[in-house]
Design a protein around this ligand. Structure first.
Ligand code: NAD
Length: 351
């Protein structure tokens, strides 16, 4: 059956992976709604922009009148909500945009979605869903042991994670109070192609290629779980279509790595694929002052989505990382345009 997917934040890193997958691998109709902030990039949608099942609307999720028009015109069965301010370091320097989009914007979108849902004819109302995409960072920081589960208490530590936690609570409340049919997901760190170069892995790849220092925060021992963005997109479509209403699912890659391990792995792949006559890329590693309030460890128990929906990640970190480095080597135009314009790799969030 062909469904109508409205994807907010579809020009971002994860949203564009979802949209590419929807157009290439399903028969569904897709409407991307994106404000095109610094993080949004239509070039990430070029591979599918020619499809007659794809359309793009430049809009702010907080602009309720515009969103009402888009909902009325496109008449979605499924809303996948990925639009957000997403970078922790930026949230330290300027939290206001995070509250505006992640909290107030999500509230405005929920109101428009609820209005749309209530006005649907009986034969379409049963199929409508609102999928809220969130992060494992809402659970705070772990010590050396343990994993985040769906029932782990929320303890967000950064302005970013606090704003995402607030949005999760709003979505849950709109389900319990107003009966909006929702599903929710909380995911670990993503990596892969089309990742904005302010995030760790692309920043390291590009800086190493440019022979610049590779800034590693603190002692480099903070641990993250890494998930390839295409595995995440697969998990999101699984939950959107088959998840139980009102439930949340944790998504993880079963790949815990210390930041310094990730950086050294990038260096090793580059030494092989693009050797630098000046010496091994690891020579560029530079330890810098830690991020204020830097969470020590995130780790995900993704057992529920595996048991209940049969999803598990397909890519190992080693293969996924190599493919990611290869993509950045093959697509210098995509990141070069960003690098020469709005973002040049400067340190953010040192507070
Ligand atoms: P991103 O920053 O790459 O993309 C966000 C997109 O949202 C951009 O295209 C931007 O233009 C758009 N946007 C921002 N504000 C908007 C607004 N007010 N109205 C409409 N569009 C707006 O982010 P991402 O990494 O693709 O993350 C997508 C979602 O997944 C976010 O909700 C994020 O919290 C969540 N998430 C990300 C990760 C990760 O590792 N990147 C992990 C878990 C969860």
């Amino acid at each position: 059956m062909s469904l109508r997917f409205l994807v907010t934040g579809g020009a971002g890193f994860i949203g564009s992976a979802v949209v590419r997958k929807l157009i290439r691998e399903t028969g569904h109709q897709v409407c991307v709604v994106d404000k095109l902030t610094y993080a949004g990039n239509l070039a990430s949608l070029d591979p599918v922009a020619g499809s007659d099942r794809y359309r793009f609307e430049r809009a702010d999720i907080g602009d309720s009148e515009r969103m009402k028009e888009i909902f009325a015109d496109f008449a979605p069965d499924m809303v996948m909500h990925l639009a957000a301010e997403s970078h922790v370091d930026r949230s330290i320097d300027g939290p206001a945009a995070f509250i505006e989009t992640n909290v107030v914007g999500t509230f405005a979108l929920l109101q428009v979605a609820l209005r749309h849902y209530r006005a649907l004819p009986d034969n379409r109302r049963g199929g409508f869903r609102f999928h809220h995409v969130s992060t494992d960072e809402v659970f705070g920081s772990l010590g050396a042991e343990g994993f985040f589960r769906e029932d782990t208490a929320y303890r967000p530590n950064s302005p970013y994670s606090a704003s995402k936690a607030a949005s999760d609570h709003l979505v849950r409340a709109w389900h319990h109070t107003y009966g909006l049919p929702v599903v929710m997901t909380n995911c670990s760190n993503n990596y892969g192609p089309y990742h904005f170069p302010e995030k760790l892995i692309p920043l390291m790849i590009i800086s190493a290629l440019e022979g610049r220092p590779l800034p590693v925060y603190g002692n480099g021992l903070n641990v993250r779980d890494w998930l390839h963005v295409e595995d995440h997109a697969d998990a999101l479509l699984t939950v959107a279509t088959a998840g139980k209403l009102g439930e949340s699912y944790n998504i993880g890659g079963d790949s815990e790595k210390a930041n310094i391990e990730v950086v050294k792995a990038v260096c090793a792949i580059l030494d092989e694929l693009r050797p630098d006559p000046a010496g091994p890329h690891e020579r560029l590693i530079a330890y810098v002052t830690d991020r204020p309030g830097h969470d020590a460890r995130y780790a995900i128990d993704a057992g529920k989505i595996g048991r209940e929906l049969g999803w598990k990640p397909k890519q190992t970190f080693e293969i996924g990382l190599r493919r990611t480095v290869e993509w950045y080597l093959a697509n210098p135009t995509w990141w070069g345009d960003i690098r020469s314009g709005i973002y040049r790799g400067e340190r953010l969030g040192a507070a």
